[in-house]
Design a protein around this ligand. Structure first.
Ligand SMILES: [Zn+2]
Length: 456
């Protein structure tokens, strides 16, 4: 089946994988909630841009089972009703690129090396509520072993948090972007033999295949690779190409054979051509694409993931926070081109999803992730609706969950956010601390600051 999936957006995580994330999960032990009727709200359809005024949404189990204007919905026996007069309903937000690293300072390398993994893991679990409070019901963690533990604890209901789609490991060539600890001896930089990092260093088809299989063995939902240099790697440049096309094809093959996909960190046009030709599903960051690769990616429905937020934070507060001077310099140099190129991707009609690349540190705290939507509107020409689509429906595609979440449609998983004000009037509303009044994830209310439910 996978060999026949010609278009990248056909790529969906297998049913088995989705179940391990809590989706369609009949094996989870949870108290069954009453059916819920959310009524009297403005409902935003991110697919066709239609607003339903004074509309109702019915949720039974983990699904949206009815949706319509006024009371034009079928309400099951025993339902509770919530009157959302004046409020707006949007799909649960999705951050398509972040890292749940549990950092207490922005001296990232020091923290990764010196704070035990378990301590950082506990810190992250204490902060997950911030994502839910900001309306994020799904996040894609693009490298970091914390996420492998957290996603399981959330999916089984032990802790509350957004659904986590986890790479766990980050596959990088020797002298590649993931080789953060290049100052250590070679035998100490690979996550299979050291602590603190998530880098798997691999060179050649055999090693790359093996590293991809190792990531899957440890619980990865998808494979994260680096096909160019980057901002946070001292010695390479974003324009450099990393891995060879044979190596990328091998890793894509391993992923597809296991019912999943590859996400590529990539800035350079040449690296993007190689990645798209090899069949990767998403191109993340995408600072320097050329028009040809944007067209090629669009045809194959590859998803581009913007991560302007990390650059904005580096550029404005990176030096004071303790980031290396070279990283801030690289980021500042790239900003103008980055926004022009994300704008070009958007204008081409290629799929664009919103990430932040936030590292779960003081400068890049979870909960302010809707900054990316603001930046897409302010700098890249997206309408608020298109930005919201990048942070919901297109994000679902980037996560391989495109048919299950990311829109408010009958039959889809009920990941729902109730906002005090309409974010299409001002996308910055989504960053205000009291804006999100209610969050449902898989049909369960995981945050409720709104009106109390009453029997129908
Ligand atoms: Zn990243």
């Amino acid at each position: 089946m996978w060999a026949q999936a010609e278009r990248s957006s056909d790529i969906l995580l297998s049913k088995h994988k989705a179940k391990s994330l809590g989706l369609d999960a009949d094996m989870m032990v949870r108290t069954k909630a009453n059916p819920t009727l959310l009524r009297n709200a403005r409902v935003i359809d991110v697919l066709d841009g239609e607003h339903l005024a004074r509309a109702s949404v019915v949720i039974e189990g983990d699904r949206i089972t009815s949706l319509g204007r006024g009371n034009d919905v079928s309400v099951p026996e025993g339902a509770v009703s919530v009157d959302l007069e004046g409020m707006t309903i949007i799909p649960g937000l999705i951050d398509s690129h972040l890292h749940l690293w549990g950092l207490n300072s922005d001296r990232v390398i020091d923290e990764l090396l010196m704070v035990p993994d378990g301590v950082r893991l506990i810190r992250t679990t204490q902060r997950l509520h911030r994502l839910l409070e900001a309306g994020y019901t799904t996040v894609k963690d693009c490298g970091g072993i914390n996420a492998l533990q957290i996603k399981r604890a959330i999916a089984e209901g032990t802790i509350e948090g957004p659904r986590v789609i986890a790479a766990g490991y980050f596959l990088s060539q020797t002298f590649g972007h993931g080789d953060f600890f290049h100052f250590l001896p070679m035998e100490m930089v690979d996550a299979r033999r050291t602590r603190g990092g998530s880098n798997l260093t691999c060179d050649g088809v055999a090693e790359c295949s093996k590293a991809a299989r190792y990531a899957l063995r440890e619980g990865a939902d998808f494979i994260k690779i680096s096909t160019s240099g980057g901002v946070m790697s001292e010695r390479d440049r974003s324009e450099h190409v990393q891995f060879t096309s044979e190596e990328v094809r091998a890793m894509v093959r391993v992923a597809q054979n296991a019912g999943t996909f590859v996400t590529a960190h990539c800035h350079s046009a040449e690296g993007m051509h190689m990645s798209v030709d090899a069949g990767v599903h998403t191109i993340d960051h995408a600072l320097y694409p050329d028009p040809e690769v944007i067209e090629k990616a669009k045809k194959k429905e590859v998803v581009f993931v913007s991560t302007l937020s990390i650059m904005k934070r580096y550029n404005e507060g990176g030096v004071a926070a303790g980031y290396p001077e070279w990283a801030v310099r690289k980021s500042r140099m790239a900003w103008e081109k980055a926004i022009a190129n994300i704008r070009a991707i958007y204008n081409s009609g290629a799929l664009l999803a919103a990430g932040t690349d936030f590292l779960d540190s003081p400068l890049m705290q979870m909960g302010t992730n809707a900054l990316e939507l603001e930046l897409l509107v302010e700098f890249c020409g997206l309408s608020p609706l298109d930005a919201l689509r990048a942070g919901t429906f297109n994000g679902a595609k980037a996560c391989g969950l495109g048919e299950r979440i990311g829109a408010l449609r009958t039959g889809m998983t009920a990941d729902i956010v109730v906002c005090k004000k309409d974010p299409l009037k001002d996308i910055r509303y989504l960053q205000k601390p009291d804006m999100v009044r209610m969050v449902l994830k898989e049909g369960r209310t995981v945050l409720n600051r709104g009106p109390a439910p009453k029997p129908v």
